[in-house]
Design a protein around this ligand. Structure first.
Ligand code: ADP
Ligand code: MG
Length: 281
């Protein structure tokens, strides 16, 4: 990796007292978050708590904010979108359904911040794309139209597209929302392998399934109504108390084969009766 791309101390994202608004809706409150190279970070929390908003703030798409945010050592306020695209790539949950391109063409789209010419690809672009197709097991499907792929294959195409952007940060929004358990494990393993191979980058994944996040992520950030409620290792964050507070659910958290496993039992009907006091308002 080019040493010039290294941010000081490998701190890739640094947010301090970040507040984010949509018009007059205050979506994120007092966010303080550091992410370093080599980290796979999971963002969890109920629907509407602000996970996607956090991603859109980090990649500079949301302008309504106060506080400090540096990404790759650059102040997000001063970075243009093309510079940001070299630093940060986004992986959405799904393609727009009428996106009619081959796997190869989609992955090549990821090269756009690096392209010398709008009109043709360089030998370097082709090399990087072919390597990514191989790495994510998509070489045999390179000519296939992406509308003719399984959800897992489509997701791998999106990861390959993000990878050829050669970012230092990948922002992944609910990558496994449409995947069955086998593809979920596979896709999460690709992210884990990626972070272990490329120690120079960080990956942030917003996800719903706590057990998946606990299994693969180094660190978990738990959000409740736009605030970070917990930030630490899976063991520190996935606790019965935090799950009651954030989801209003009585859960058992156990350790199995060295992994943290959460078993959801039931919604907490009477907050007083479970020992903890979830705020269900
Ligand atoms: P999550 O990804 O955790 O489900 P979001 O970040 O999408 O949550 O949304 C956080 C909050 O911000 C929600 O209350 C949502 O309704 C609101 N919100 C999201 N996008 C917009 C928008 N474009 N305009 C106004 N409010 C929005
Ligand atoms: Mg979301």
């Amino acid at each position: 990796m080019d040493p010039e791309r290294r941010a000081p101390d490998d701190l890739l994202i640094s947010a301090e007292n970040l507040e984010v608004w949509y018009e007059d809706y205050h979506a994120l409150h007092d966010i303080c978050l550091d992410v370093r190279a080599g980290e796979l970070v999971g963002i969890i929390g109920p629907n509407g708590c602000g996970k996607s908003t956090m991603m859109r703030t980090i990649n500079g798409l949301l302008k309504g904010r106060s506080g400090d945010l540096t990404v790759g050592g650059m102040n997000v306020r001063e970075v243009d979108l093309e510079e940001m695209a070299k630093m940060c790539s986004n992986i959405p949950t799904e393609f727009p359904p009428d996106f009619n391109l081959s796997v190869y063409e989609v992955v090549m789209l990821g090269r756009y911040p690096h392209r010398q010419s709008m009109w043709w690809e360089s030998a370097e672009d082709e090399k990087v794309v072919n390597r990514a197709l191989e790495m994510f097991g998509m070489s045999a499907l390179a000519e296939r139209d992406i509308t003719q792929l399984s959800s897992g294959e489509r997701q791998r195409t999106l990861i390959a597209k993000a990878y050829v952007q050669q970012p230092r940060i990948m922002l992944v929004d609910e990558p496994t929302a449409h995947l069955d358990i086998k593809y979920t494990l596979e896709v999460m393993q690709y992210f884990r392998d990626l972070i272990e191979r490329e120690r120079d980058m960080a990956i942030i994944i917003a996800a719903h399934d706590l057990n998946t996040v606990a299994k693969f992520c180094h660190r978990i950030v738990m959000i409740k109504k736009g605030r970070i409620l917990a930030n630490g290792t899976p063991r520190e964050v996935i606790t019965e108390e935090n799950i009651a507070k954030v989801y209003g659910v009585k859960a058992d958290v156990i350790e199995h084969d060295g992994e943290i496993v959460m078993i959801a039992r039931h919604p907490i009907k009477d907050p007083g009766s479970e020992g903890s006091m979830p705020d269900l308002s």
